[in-house]
Ligand binder design. Structure first.
Ligand code: NDP
Length: 281
C-alpha cells in the first residue's frame, strides 16, 4: 500500500485550523516566525511552503529574509526580540545556516517554549526522557503516518538508516518509546544489507537516490522514505528504488507526497502546541 502523506497532512492541518479558530475566539492567534539567511533556492521554497501552510491553518506568520553576510550577533539579537514578542509563539531558523554561524550556539537562544523546530538542547534532551511536548517535525510526522495507518511498532525490528540530529537519532528514540527494537545504521555500518533484511520497518534518511534496493528488504516490510534528492532533470526522488521495492512492501511512502508534507503539517501542529503551552491551555 502506498501511503498518501498529502492526505494525512491535510487532515492534520484541518485539525490545527479548527483549533486555531477556537483559540481566536479566546483572543489568541498563534504566530510563527521563520528566519532564512542567504539565498539557497531550496530553502526559499521551504520557507514559502511554510508561509502557505500558515495561511491555510489561520496561523499568523512573519518571514525574515536576511543576507548571507548576517552576523551571528545580529541573528541572536533577532531571536531575542522574537522571544519577547507576544504575537510570536514559534521561532524557526531555516537550515542550513551559513558556515560563519554556529548552529549549536544559535539553538541555545531560542526560547524552549517557542522552539517549534526542536532545536534547543533542552528540548532535544526531553525526547530522550520521553517528556517532550514539542517533537521534531519530520520524526513526529513519521510517527503520525505509522499511527494513522495503524502500523504497530511494538516488538518490531526497526532499522533507521541515517543518524542526523534532525531525523535519524530522534526517530530512533521515538520508535524505541513505542517499544520497537531499534538499530541505527550510518556510513560506517557493516553489513547494512543483512541488517535491513531483518527489518519489519525501515526508515531511510540518507539523502542518496536508489540507496534502498529490493535485495535489502524482506517481504511485507514497511518502508518510510525520508530522503529528498534532486535528480539531474530537476525532479525529486527519495532514497528508495521505489519501482522495484514497492511491490515487496506492506506499506511504503512515496517521494514526493510521503513524509515531506507531514513535516510542514507537524510544524503547524507544533506552533499550535507551543501557543497553548505559552497560554497555559
Ligand atoms: P544528513 O546528511 O545529516 O545525514 C545523512 C545520514 O546518512 C548520515 O547519518 C550518514 O552517515 C548516513 N549515510 C550516508 N551514506 C551512508 C551509507 N552509504 N550507508 C549508511 N548510511 C549512510 O541528512 P539528514 O538527516 O538531514 O537528511 C537525510 C535526507 O532526508 C536528505 O535527503 C534530506 O533532504 C531529507 N530530509 C527530508 C525531510 C522531509 O521533510 N521529508 C526533512 C529532513 C531531511 P554518517 O553519520 O556516518 O555520515
Amino acid at each position: 500500500m502506498i501511503i498518501n502523506g498529502k492526505n494525512i497532512a491535510a487532515k492534520i492541518k484541518t485539525q490545527v485550523k479548527n483549533e486555531v479558530e477556537e483559540l481566536k475566539k479566546q483572543g489568541i492567534t498563534p504566530g510563527l516566525a521563520v528566519i532564512l539567511i542567504g539565498e539557497d533556492p531550496a530553502s526559499k521554497i521551504y520557507v514559502n511552503n511554510k508561509k502557505k501552510a500558515c495561511e491555510e491553518t489561520g496561523i499568523y506568520s512573519e518571514e525574515y529574509f536576511l543576507p548571507k553576510s548576517t552576523s551571528q550577533k545580529d541573528l541572536i539579537n533577532l531571536i531575542k526580540k522574537l522571544n519577547s514578542n507576544n504575537s510570536i509563539n514559534g521561532i524557526l531558523t531555516q537550515l542550513p545556516l551559513p558556515n560563519h554561524i554556529d548552529e549549536h550556539e544559535i539553538a541555545n537562544y531560542i526560547d524552549p517554549q517557542k522552539d517549534v523546530d526542536v532545536f534547543n538542547p533542552s528540548n532535544i534532551g526531553k525526547i530522550m526522557t520521553g517528556d517532550a511536548k514539542l517533537l521534531p517535525c519530520t520524526p513526529a510526522g513519521i510517527i503520525e503516518i505509522l499511527d494513522h495507518e495503524k502500523i504497530s511498532v511494538d516488538g518490531k525490528n526497526c532499522v533507521v538508516i541515517g543518524r542526523s540530529n534532525i531525523v535519524g537519532k530522534p526517530i530512533a528514540l521515538l520508535l524505541l518509546q513505542k517499544n520497537g527494537t531499534v538499530t541505527i545504521c550510518h556510513s560506517k555500518t557493516k553489513n547494512l544489507k543483512e541488517i535491513c533484511q531483518m527489518a519489519d520497518i525501515i526508515i531511510s534518511a540518507v539523502g542518496k537516490p536508489c540507496f534502498v534496493t529490493k535485495d535489502m528488504i524482506k517481504k511485507e516490510t514497511v518502508v518510510i522514505d525520508v530522503g529528498i534528492n534532486r535528480k539531474s532533470d530537476g525532479t525529486i526522488c527519495g532514497d528508495v528504488d521505489f519501482e522495484n521495492v514497492a511491490p515487496l512492501t506492506s506499506y511504503i511512502t512515496p517521494v514526493p507526497g510521503g513524509v515531506g508534507p507531514m513535516t510542514i503539517a507537524m510544524l503547524m501542529k507544533n506552533t499550535l502546541i507551543a501557543t497553548k503551552l505559552q497560554n497555559n491551555i
